[in-house]
Design a protein around this ligand. Sequence first.
Ligand code: ASP
Length: 331
Amino acid sequence: MYKSFRFSSILLLLAFIVISSCNTTTETQISDPKQYEYALVIHGGAGYATPEKLGSEGIEQYEQAMDSALHIGLDILKAGGSGIDAVENVIVLLENNPLFNAGIGAVLTSEGKVELDASIMSGLDLNAGAITGIQNVKNPIRAARAVMENSVHVMFSGNGATKFALTQDLEIVDQDYFFTEKSRKSLEKALKADKFGTVGCVALDKNGNLCAGTSTGGITNKKHGRVGDSPIIGAGTYAKNGVAGISCTGQGEFYIRIAAAHEIISLMDYKDLSVQEAAKEVIFEQLKPFDAKGGIICLDSNGKAAMEFNTSAMFRAYGNSDGEEIIKIFR
Ligand code: ASP
């Protein structure tokens, strides 16, 4: 009798230990989600690419480009480099690749020129820099960074932006540099349909700093002086430490109207939405009344990414300190 009482007490005690250890695990998981040491997310534009339109060679070219960009960024972060350096270098690589609508691959305006937009933001101190309508800087993201770091202003436009760029250590090129075969052809096609394609990157570095950047040629056949969301802090780009970093791509007019990038911050900060929930809300709910098309990439302060789009494709890549990597084009 005594023995069986002692045995059942031991069983009860064991059961209690098992149950309480299970509870502890659950609570730990909820209050302490996985924190990556560093992470990086990239987009190369959202649009209507299909496997048929791109072809296997095209798919391979885009995937290789995204892969190189991802590894340039991850290597910088792994070595303890800053999120700003990672974002700038990733975007420079994509700007130098004619596949993308940024830098050398930029689409043309209705007047057959290039007018480039770019922005960059540091989530540490909310410092930001942007340029719009610039025509002679090889890498607009570098100009945006120079505005952020070497001026008291946030944005320069047109000739003023070029004048500023000339005072910085930036590579200046002739307009001819941007006139690729692809940009000419896409201008011809543009009368039928607007094309998308922009590049963006968000990084979380080892110091917990979030940084975001976006660079674009805008929309094919855009009117002279037209400004999209990409160079607008709060519309196309935003970063705030402890919350998220964001870069958008799509029909900029609507991203400006809903302040898309900052809307992610608001939804996460004030409504406690996760990064995925916030990205879905912006892309599938808030853009819906306008029938606006595009995508968004976001990274939260744990290094978790959201990559949402309402088009058929978005060139995208993600990697983190655990060695997890994603490179995708279609759904
Ligand atoms: N958002 C860019 C703009 O409106 C275009 C794009 O991302 O494709 O200029």
